[in-house]
Structure formats: C-alpha cells, structure tokens
Design a protein around this ligand. Sequence first.
Ligand code: HEM
Length: 192
Amino acid sequence: MAAEPAEQPVTAPVDEAPGPAAPEQDAPPLEPGLMWGIKLAFLRYIFGQSDGRYSVTDGAEVVNGRMIRFVPDPETTFDPATGTGVLKFKGDVRFSAHHGFLFVRIADPWLTVENGAGTLSLAASPGESPDRFPLATINVSPAGPPDGAYVGHNVALTEQGSELFNEVYPPGERFDDLIVLLGSASAAAGGG
Ligand code: HEM
C-alpha cells in the first residue's frame, strides 16, 4: 500500500533546508537610487595602476564596498504605471590613472525609458554643449517585489560611450547590469 504523502519521512532537518539566507543583522537598509558597478574589468584596470585613483561625490557613494549608489534626483519624470519617462540620479564619480592621461567622469546618470528600452546618459564635462551625452543603450525591466525595483540589463556602449573610454571599448561593449530602487521600493523592503 502506498504511503500517504503526509507520512513520508522528512529527509533533511528543517534548519538545513535550502532557502534564502536571513539578512545579516548589520546589513545596511536599502536606500533608493541607482546602484551600479560600472564595469568590473575597468575597475580592476584602474586599481591595478600604481597611481589609479577615484572620487565619489555630489550624491554618489560606495555601498557594500563594490557598488556605487547615485541618489534620486527629485526631477525624475518616470511613471511606474507606464514604465516610461526619465529616471534621474545625481552623483559624480571620477577615475584617474597614468599620471592624468586617463580621466573618466561618470556623473548624474539618467535612464530615458520607453516600453522597457532606452538610453543611459551622463552629464557632459562642465561648460560642454550639449550638456549630456548617451553612454549606453539599455533595457529596463521591473525586478520586484518590491514594487519600484528595476534591473537595467543589456547595457551596451554607444559611440560616445566608446570615446569616453578612449575607444578601448568599442561601441556595443557590455557594461555591468544595474539596479534602480524608487523611494517606495526602499520603504517596502524595510528601509523606512
Ligand atoms: C599613458 C596612457 C595609457 C597607458 C600606458 C595605457 C595602458 C594600457 C594597457 C597596457 C592596457 C591593457 C593591459 C591592462 O589591462 O592593464 C590598457 C587597457 C585599457 N585602457 Fe589604457 N592606457 C593608457 C591610457 C588610457 C586612457 C586615456 C584610457 C581612457 C579611459 C584608457 C582606458 C583603458 C581601458 C578601458 C582598458 C581596458 C581595461 C579592461 O577592460 O581590461 N587607457 N591600457
């Protein structure tokens, strides 16, 4: 006679069952913003130089030692209901190496999105016109729960993005995926 499913033995203690790990007690709360590691190979290259340097200011900060968070700009025009608009963030990240020959500034990233596809643009150097340039094309998808979390993927350099990196990376070069948390997401995730 077949055993009833409810009588089948438990083969692993409950506390060894696979599942999501509990958050660490001292883990920082999720803050809204754009979280991005830019490109791991580029960071390795910079930090491999004896004079490699970086600065993170004006709304940008390093989180968890490996990602940069750009704070939300209140002028964001993104509508979560339609998935369309411009997600605006503030912050200024600069890399330098090779005695100043290498200088890369990643400032005030905006995601201009329509139906899940769009452009990641950056502020141009002060005084330059136009004052923004497209760094990469990108796909943006909801990543919730919680609501208000998005992942940016297929981050592919534009021609102007390639120029920022001295054309070492060609147009189409993939950069790291990124994460966007809107304000409501941080509250829902326990941040508030
Ligand atoms: C004195 C000037 C420079 C020298 C001697 C130099 C040297 C090198 C060398 C030897 C490599 C390949 C080996 C490695 O990974 O370390 C490299 C890679 C690279 N360089 Fe430079 N470089 C110079 C300037 C620049 C400038 C101005 C940029 C502009 C951003 C730049 C961006 C890059 C990038 C993006 C890579 C590829 C990193 C990777 O993904 O592995 N370099 N450079």
